[in-house]
Write a protein that binds this ligand. Structure first.
Ligand code: G3H
Ligand code: ZN
Length: 288
């Protein structure tokens, strides 16, 4: 059974480790990440952007696919199916479709409107027993058409949203989506500490988890980050492994062009990456 993420995130926060939230795009991605979590005995969150949900024929298809794959693989570790960067309408639709966790990202609204909509969405998610994440201060960069200039979250605004009872909070601390530019200033730990203090220890979420130096992410985890989102790194290892397979001419040998063979190196690379992150980076391995 898929679960809400509240318990796994609260335990991670208490234990000073983090849960990886890895974005999925299709059946291969789903199987690969679930296999990693099961092998590492780690709780995991499967993130689904609205763009990826559309690609997979909608929230209902995604929820049904993930539930069936989860059961067929005999997964025993806690797994949450989480809407990533949900819009007001998208979050409602994902809740309706059977997701077990949602992010409502109102960071592009004026704060008052973000506050009102976050309040409504928190009440709705909690009435169905789901966990909910909200965002304050945009995360820089571009993800699946969601573009933000990025900013440091205002601690007072973070406190106001945290006090609504949100389960975990995404707050901009200099992190950005996609590849980090060479002149990136790094995470702002002073702001992170300030936000953690003013929210009375609300579990925090680090978006843009691909490409941040590992020691910075690990320091952020000690300061209250309990969920790290990873999307781009999975895409990069998938593309690289698939390219190598084709460039080596493996798709021409035997029945190497069979999609089940062609997509396997990329899927295996995702499993290896996620498992390695759970074991050596986030510290969630063995916590299921
Ligand atoms: O919401 C998803 C993430 O924030 C992923 O960021 O593409 O930099 O790994 P990333
Ligand atoms: Zn994100």
């Amino acid at each position: 059974m898929l679960v809400s993420a509240t318990e796994m995130i609260n335990k991670a926060h208490e234990g000073h480790y983090a849960i990886g939230a890895f974005n999925i795009n299709n059946l291969e991605w789903t199987k690969a990440i679930l296999a990693a979590a099961e092998e590492a005995k780690s709780p995991v969150m499967l993130g689904v952007s609205e763009g990826a949900a559309k690609y997979m024929c909608g929230f209902k298809t995604v929820a049904a696919m993930v539930k069936e794959i989860h059961d067929a693989m005999g997964i025993t570790v806690p797994v949450a199916l989480h809407l990533d960067h949900g819009s007001y309408e998208g979050a409602k639709a994902a809740i309706e479709a059977g997701f077990t966790s949602v992010m409502f990202d109102g960071s592009h609204y004026a704060f008052e409107e973000n506050l009102e909509k976050s309040k409504e969405m928190i009440a709705l998610a909690h009435s169905k027993g789901l966990s909910i994440e909200c965002e304050v201060g945009g995360i820089g960069g571009e993800e699946d058409g969601v573009i933000s200039a990025g900013e440091l979250a205002d601690p007072e605004e973070c406190k106001t949203i945290a006090d609504l009872g949100v389960d975990f909070l995404a707050a901009g601390i200099g992190n950005i989506h996609g590849k980090y530019p060479a002149n990136w200033a790094g995470l702002n730990f002073d702001r992170l500490e300030e936000i953690q203090n003013v929210t009375n220890g609300k579990p925090l979420v680090l978006h843009g988890g691909s490409g941040i130096p590992r020691e910075q992410v690990q320091k952020a985890i000690t300061l209250g980050v309990s969920k790290v989102n990873v999307n781009t790194e999975c895409q990069l290892v998938f593309a690289e492994a698939t390219r190598k397979y084709i460039e080596a001419g493996k798709d021409q040998e035997g029945k190497g062009y069979d999609p089940r063979k062609l997509l396997k190196p990329g899927a295996d690379a995702i499993t290896a990456l996620c498992k390695e992150m759970m074991e050596n980076f986030f510290g969630s391995a063995g916590k299921a």
